[in-house]
Design a protein around this ligand. Structure first.
Ligand code: PLP
Length: 376
């Protein structure tokens, strides 16, 4: 298959894979065991935490390893809300978050009686700042927004959002940085909690991180032992956590170069797409170049996906975590782009690994499908 689904997950970097195999084979001892082998596993994992902290310009004790970004989002949102119910019961998020945030919010509303405000977004996919200003109140304890949207690549002005929150309230600011890592710089000094995932930056699946400022208390969601400051019980996945620092270092060291390359592919693809009839490009100047959301207004998302699949191309419609639901894209609908766009969109995601000739082949396939499968 020719892969255009890098926003869903990425192949593992060879150096990460080799390091992982080595650690897995040689350092399998439980990182909490007191014997020498256990201490060695612990040391390797803590070295990775310290190096990761240095790369993100934070302290090691502000980083918690988790099994995925969905878990980190759950821990940040539910862990914070449930630990601070006495301070207020209002939370703010947006209408375009990843399902792990949406479902955590819904659970807090339905099972625990929190009031959640879902902020609208502008046509470029960024948060409506006036709506944020109006929603903040004395009862607001938490605001959670994503940095880069996973369906459209739309970027939120994180520093501006942080300034408004901290000016107007005592609320804590959580940012889902999953699609921003390796693409944009992350202003962690303005953020109270942030989520990252390794498998979106050529790392391992089952590997993620929650950053939380020192003074922030959370309720543990997975009870167990002393692991991760008692906030996440269970034997540490030490080999996976040990290679997180290498994964991040590789992603950050080549960020600028990769961005420039991907921007070129993006511009070439968008120029071709914009020539096709009944095509609406929904990613705009306010988006990272890695994600192109496009609606073929006469070819439904599922038809397009299947036709591309038959021709050997892997793309997504909506977020992969919601791919099995028949519903339209709530992200495209929230941007006010209309119902047809919300049911006729696909997400093409690019990487530094994408070759120009692969983009050419995709364009040819899209032209054919847009011609052959269109409804009257
Ligand atoms: N947040 C965003 C913005 C995502 O794109 C994803 C994955 O698609 C997640 C969270 C969940 O990541 P994970 O697969 O590590 O749980």
């Amino acid at each position: 298959m020719i892969y255009f689904d890098y926003a869903s997950t990425t192949p593992v970097h060879e150096e990460v894979l080799n390091a992982y195999i080595k650690v897995l084979q040689n350092h399998y001892a439980n990182a909490d065991s007191l014997h020498n082998d256990g201490r060695k596993s612990q040391r390797l994992m803590e070295k990775s935490r310290a190096q990761t902290a240095q790369l993100l310009s934070v302290s090691a004790e502000e980083l918690l390893f988790t099994s995925c970004a969905s878990e980190a989002n759950s821990l940040a949102i539910k862990g914070f809300a449930l630990a601070h119910r006495q301070r207020g019961n209002h939370i703010i998020t947006t209408r375009v978050e990843h399902s792990s945030v949406v479902h955590a919010m819904e659970q807090l509303e339905q099972e625990f009686g929190f009031r959640v405000t879902y902020l609208p977004v502008n046509r470029d996919g960024s948060v409506d700042m006036n709506a944020l200003r109006q929603a903040l109140c004395a009862e607001t304890i938490l605001v959670s927004t994503m940095y880069v949207n996973n369906e459209t690549g739309a970027i939120n002005p994180i520093e501006e959002i942080a300034a408004i929150i901290h000016e107007q309230s005592r609320a804590v600011f959580h940012v889902d940085c999953v699609q921003a890592l390796g693409k944009l710089s992350i202003p962690l000094s303005d953020i109270d909690m942030a989520t990252f995932s390794a498998h979106k930056i050529y790392g391992l699946k089952g590997s993620a991180l929650l950053y939380k400022k020192r003074n922030i208390n959370l309720l543990a969601l997975i009870n167990g032992g002393q692991q991760e400051q008692g906030l996440r019980g269970g034997t540490a996945n030490a080999p996976v956590n040990t290679v997180f620092a290498k994964t991040l270092r590789l992603a950050l060291s080549e960020q600028t170069l990769h961005n420039q390359y991907v921007q070129q592919l993006h511009d070439c693809l968008c120029a071709e797409l914009s020539e096709l009839p009944d095509v609406q490009i929904q990613s705009n100047k306010n988006c990272v170049p890695h994600i192109i959301n496009v609606a073929f207004m006469k070819v439904g998302s599922e038809v397009m996906l299947n036709a591309l699949n038959e021709r050997g191309f892997a793309v997504s419609a909506k977020s992969t975590c919601s791919s099995k639901s028949k519903a339209h894209s709530y992200v495209i609908a929230a941007m006010g782009l209309g119902e047809i766009a919300a049911t006729h969109s696909i997400r093409i995601s690019l990487s530094h690994l994408t070759k120009p000739e692969e983009v050419d082949a995709l364009i040819t396939a899209l032209k054919e499908i847009n011609h052959d499968y269109r409804t009257k």
